[in-house]
Design a protein around this ligand. Structure first.
Ligand SMILES: NC(=O)c1ccc[n+]([C@@H]2O[C@H](COP(=O)([O-])OP(=O)(O)OC[C@H]3O[C@@H](n4cnc5c(N)ncnc54)[C@H](O)[C@@H]3O)[C@@H](O)[C@H]2O)c1
Length: 440
């Protein structure tokens, strides 16, 4: 046990940490291959806060900036073991080649390790992802039985790989839009509904349930509800399991949550924000279905409303038009392109425009997020944190939050929150940026 300055106790990260990924597609395989390359010393973990980030401690005059991974006890990359489920039988090497994110010459450097990662049979139903179908799928009499099969997979994986601890991160496709309903209200109703094969229980909820039941922290990288329902939030608390979500904040929304706070900080008005995307990967194909797109759209649209607070600033943000389009365009593969046209106004209402053209690579931006979430969720569990981990909002488009508050979307407030959570955990002084003492 590590004892922090505040007297808190953190279990040391000894032994192997298994990272379980429902969905071994572009994001998951880019994360796994990248982590393997990094630990062989063949690449740098760029984009990963846990690996490259520092944290200021104490006063600015002290000039103390340890690396985050040296400040808090995180699992070592050499101790990670990877596993997952997919509806396709391709191993991680084949799947990564098909995803077309990393070049073959890079994948070949870790081919042996990738080929050993073979997806377990998935819990899947086309009702929830209309554009996909595959052979590697479990069969059972009801959803409760499917959950038990996943629990067995989790236990077998842990034993086979001699893992000390596990975390699970949903990297599966975006499911159709669903709103929380009565069966999601309590664990009893949820379990009952699984036994009745109720349509309100989607596959991603079954994975989340199985993870929590096995005491495994769970994060949701897609916008579908999954663990973000009262029944599973309550279950996570009861089982002392940390959970987080939803929807990795990677490209366009990452930029949006930086530009929008800037407009608000300078009291500049907004008349319209039109966001367009073209992408040609499997994710793009799934999002071509209107029902899956709706889930993503709701997640992408929410951020402006919360950041700009039109109810507080009706003259600036009372009447803006916000539109998000995602277009499936196969030639681009994972190399997505996003355009933002932002119509703003300044002093005396004079109009101005901002244009952003972000040529990003979706999975290159998402992979380090998966790594950070795996390490932070494991840290959270070893530190006794459980339930919603709001300090991880930094990584999500639709951060999960307590029902009494609104989510925090501003990227830099999210970063401050994350770092202060780490300082608090280690018993260090929180940083308020007041700084009066330098002028006494
Ligand atoms: N890449 C990004 O920047 C980004 C950002 C935010 C969210 N996401 C989300 O992350 C998820 C993964 O993205 P991706 O680009 O890797 O997509 P992908 O299509 O390459 O991979 C998803 C994989 O999940 C599998 N799958 C679908 N349903 C499953 C189930 N029930 N069980 C097991 N496997 C299942 C699919 O067969 C596929 O291989 C998507 O939901 C996407 O919307 C990605």
């Amino acid at each position: 046990m590590i004892k922090t300055k505040s007297g808190a106790e953190i279990k040391e990260p000894v032994g192997k940490l298994g990272v379980l990924l429902p969905g071994l597609g572009a994001v998951a395989t880019t994360f796994i291959a990248g982590t393997l390359l990094v630990r062989k010393g063949l690449a740098l973990p760029i984009g990963s806060l846990t690996q490259m980030g520092t944290i200021r401690l104490g006063k600015r005059t002290e000039r103390k900036f340890p690396k985050i991974k040296e400040f808090v006890p995180l699992a070592d990359l050499n101790d990670l073991v990877f596993g997952g489920w997919d509806i396709f039988e391709d191993n991680a090497y084949e799947s990564a080649l098909k995803a077309g994110v990393l070049r073959k010459e890079h994948l070949d450097l870790v081919k042996d390790e990738l080929e050993q990662i073979k997806p377990m049979k998935a819990v899947f139903d086309r009702k929830y992802v209309k554009k996909l179908d595959g052979p590697n799928v479990k069969k059972a009499k009801d959803k409760f039985e499917l959950a038990q099969m996943l629990r067995e997979d989790i236990r077998n994986f842990k034993e086979r790989n001699n893992c000390d601890r596990l975390v699970m991160i949903w990297c599966g496709s975006t499911e159709i839009y669903m709103e929380p309903s009565d069966v999601h209200r309590s664990l009893e109703k949820f379990e009952e509904a699984m036994k009745k094969n109720d349509d309100a229980i989607s596959p991603s909820m079954i994975y989340a349930y199985a993870a929590i039941a096995e005491g495994v922290p769970y994060a949701n990288g897609a916008p579908n509800l999954s663990v973000d329902i009262p029944a599973l939030i309550q279950f996570a608390k009861e089982m002392n399991v940390p959970i987080a979500g939803k929807d990795f904040k990677t490209g366009q929304t990452l930029v949006k949550t930086v530009i929008a706070p800037m407009l608000k900080a300078r009291m500049l008005g907004l008349t319209g924000w039109f966001s367009v995307n073209i992408l040609g990967n499997r994710d793009g194909e799934v999002l071509d279905d209107p029902e899956s797109f709706k889930t993503k759209e709701v997640s992408k649209l929410g951020v402006l409303e919360y950041i700009l607070q039109p109810e507080l600033y009706p003259d600036l943000y009372g009447n803006y038009y916000h539109k998000v389009r995602i277009n499936f365009y196969p030639p681009r593969g994972d190399e997505k392109e996003a355009w933002d046209n932002i119509d703003i106004f300044g002093w005396l209402g004079y109009p101005m425009q901002i244009k952003i053209n972000f040529l990003c690579r979706d999975s290159i931006l998402a992979a380090p997020i998966v790594l950070d979430l795996a390490l932070f969720l494991d840290l959270a569990q070893r530190s006794g944190m459980h339930g919603i981990q709001e300090w991880l909002s930094f990584y999500f488009k639709s951060p999960m939050h307590a029902p009494t508050i609104y989510p925090e979307h501003d990227l830099f407030i999210q970063l401050m929150k994350l770092k202060n959570r780490l300082r608090h955990l280690m018993g260090e002084e929180l940083i308020t940026h007041l700084g009066l003492e330098y002028y006494d």
